[in-house]
Design a protein around this ligand. Sequence first.
Ligand SMILES: [Zn+2]
Length: 133
Amino acid sequence: MILNGADEGRGEWLELRKILTEVAPKRNESDGFVWPVDGTSDYSVRGYYNKLLQESTEEVVDTTEKEMLKVIWKSWMPSKVQVFGWRLMKERLATRDQLVKRGIIVTDEESLCVFGCLQLEDTNHVFSELYQN
Ligand SMILES: [Zn+2]
């Protein structure tokens, strides 16, 4: 379906009307910001962190992963080391397999280990298999 400018404008108008129907202005109250995480007007990193932690416990994070996250984030390591550890744990480092997933590397040949051992370069290979030999 191809939308022209009028159709797009109509869609935005309908979306705006929907949003505004949910708003009920109050005469004797002043406007203010509300941080939807805890319903107060005070944003805090701690509040958001707790919210994320709460969500993560409800979802997929298993106890082992939670314990590992605690070790990483509660330690006295420099923050860049913490972030590195978190990225390592979550397989978010820029190893070649991740670059393939992100579409940065497009050929299978380029996804192989940079040291020429003809294996896929993933986190496990770089940080454990590579040093066993
Ligand atoms: Zn290798």
